[in-house]
Write a protein of this length. Structure first.
Length: 524
């Protein structure tokens, strides 16, 4: 059995890399020395080595808890190739295979074992861990994808809640929890639910300098997507949509347009889903049209773009999804088209979620933060990284830096828009309000006598497009709330009153009219 004198030896001899990246060395030192850790590192940052190397430095077998059964075998194969004794224990093994793994673990013939959480918590597995613990042969616990413990995240796994028992049962074994999800609320949830109060937190920079961010205003999403894809033939990418139906339609449509695309969502039969995932990983230049069901743990280095046809639910979700682009460090694109309808749909999702009131408020705040990102006249990267607590100078690699939006004093326009909302009883959506402002006597306007309002026709100076942009920016600034229970009706918030009373000014950006970013090269 090889013995390694230092982490650097293991990195070089086993994994074949010359140097550590970022905070890997400190994390490995801390865990190898027996400390608990919470590691927050972006996708592709190199989290695996943070537990794999301490696993080799400490005596006994390391237990890696991961919800990604489909990917365990890949990890084990890669480790085995590097000469590490690794195996996995999950529902894909028959009892004979499982028994062989357990025996190897017990007789000290394994350095690392990957276990699905539900398997770990079986009495049988715990009894085996008890025995290993007694013999001093448990090296560490790694809890991968630790955000799965967050009850409100879309990756929630109930079994993760029980992982706090590991600490009580095996107090002398260090634990390292890892995730690419980093907003403060989730971070706190992980620390408290996994009983990691004493753990050292390693927060890496979440910057992904090779990803270029672009947000455009949704107009004709399909056409806009096609514009974005022009010149990107042969590139692998992910297109996220909100609904399963839209996933299927988009995949079919893209294929018909000459961009080979596959669908992926939780409603597809498991074999088809697995086959599509496999093809996306192994073949070149495929586009995966998917709901958020696709992505966690997908390690494809050359995903050149992630496009969002619908608004995600938070900056956290957006960042995790876009983070799947460019893991190889090569230039990549994060592109999103969004409109007011998206905002309404996301508000509806929150309203109908059945969550407690406090949670709904938190989710609404997260959505508002994402809207502010979409509408901000500031460098996209600055806004994103600020959200994760990092200060930045403008990046020069996003649409806003490339083409800074023009700002204007929109106080008067905002007052007109807000007063249209107020005078119509806060019961109408953007289209009707825009008609009133522009003085269009539509049937609906006449039916409600809205052509008699003092606000009727006061907004002739801006076109429909500009008014829609004003409304979106008012929502992003928290002056207006979109109520989906009222079919997307706009309502005033407390701060809106300050604007109406002239106690507050409003800076707006000119409506976005950007074209898709030009593709730099089709295939590199
Ligand atoms: P994460 O789990 O954080 O998404 P991985 O652990 O899968 O990231 O690592 C991403 C890629 O970076 C992998 O291909 C891995 O081999 C590589 N990598 C990790 N650490 C280093 C390093 N110190 N030097 C070179 N490559 C590294």
């Amino acid at each position: 059995m090889p013995t390694y004198s230092s982490a650097l030896d293991v990195l070089r001899d086993v994994f074949g890399y010359p140097a550590f990246r970022g905070e890997q060395a400190q994390i490995i030192d801390h865990v190898a020395g027996g400390g608990d850790a919470l590691v927050l590192m972006p996708t592709g940052g190199g989290k695996s080595l943070c537990y794999q190397i301490p696993a080799l430095l400490r005596p006994g077998c390391a237990v890696v808890v991961s919800p990604l059964i489909a990917l365990m075998q890949d990890q084990v194969d890669a480790l085995t190739q590097a000469g590490v004794k690794a195996a996995c224990l999950n529902s894909t093994l028959d009892w004979r295979e499982a028994q062989a793994v357990e025996q190897a673990m017990f007789s000290g013939n394994l350095d690392l074992v990957y276990i699905a959480p539900e398997r770990l918590l079986l009495d049988r597995t715990l009894a085996m861990l008890d025995a290993l613990y007694e013999a001093g042969k448990l090296a560490l616990f790694a809890i991968d994808e630790a955000h799965c413990v967050s009850q409100w995240g879309h990756d929630f796994r109930p079994e993760y809640l029980q992982l706090s028992a590991l600490h009580e049962r095996y107090p002398a074994v260090p634990r390292i929890a890892l995730t690419a999800t980093a907003d403060q609320a989730t971070r706190n949830e992980i620390l408290s639910r996994l009983g990691l109060g004493e753990a050292r937190v390693f927060l890496s920079s979440f910057d992904r300098p090779n990803i270029r961010y672009t947000v455009i205003e949704k107009d004709n999403a399909k056409k806009q997507l096609l514009g974005f894809l022009a010149g990107r033939q042969g590139q692998a990418g992910i297109v996220y949509c909100l609904s399963r139906k839209k996933v299927e339609e988009t995949a079919e449509w893209l294929s018909a347009q000459g961009y080979p695309a596959l669908p992926y969502h939780a409603g597809l039969p498991a074999p088809e889903r697995a086959a599509n995932q496999r093809r996306f990983l192994r073949e070149e230049g495929l586009i995966m049209c998917a709901t958020i069901a696709f992505g966690m743990g997908i390690d494809k280095p050359d995903v050149r773009f992630v496009a969002h046809l619908d608004l995600p639910k938070s900056i956290e979700a957006y960042y995790q999804e876009t983070g799947r682009a460019g893991r190889d460090g090569e230039p990549s694109e994060a592109w999103m088209a969004y409109g007011m309808q998206d905002v309404a749909l996301q508000h509806a999702r929150i309203a109908e979620s059945g969550a407690a009131e406090g949670q709904k408020i938190l989710e609404s705040q997260r959505l508002t933060a994402l809207l502010a990102y979409c509408e901000a006249p500031r460098c996209r990267r600055q806004v994103l990284l600020n959200y994760f607590g990092e200060e930045r100078v403008p990046c020069g690699n996003c649409d806003v830096c490339a083409e800074p939006p023009e700002l204007w004093d929109g106080t008067q326009a905002a007052q007109k828009a807000l007063s249209a909302i107020f005078r119509t009883g806060m019961r109408f959506g953007v289209t009707h309000l825009t008609d009133i402002l522009r003085g269009k006597a539509t049937d609906k306007v006449k039916q409600w006598n809205h052509d008699q309002l003092p606000t009727f026709g006061v907004g002739g100076d801006l076109d429909d497009h500009a008014w829609k942009s004003v409304f979106r920016q008012l929502a992003a600034a928290g002056l207006v709330h979109v109520d989906m229970a009222e079919h997307g009706a706009l309502q005033l918030t407390e701060t809106a009153r300050e604007v109406l009373k002239g106690q507050r000014t409003v800076q707006l950006r000119r409506p976005m009219r950007r074209k898709a970013a030009p593709a730099k090269s089709s295939r590199t």
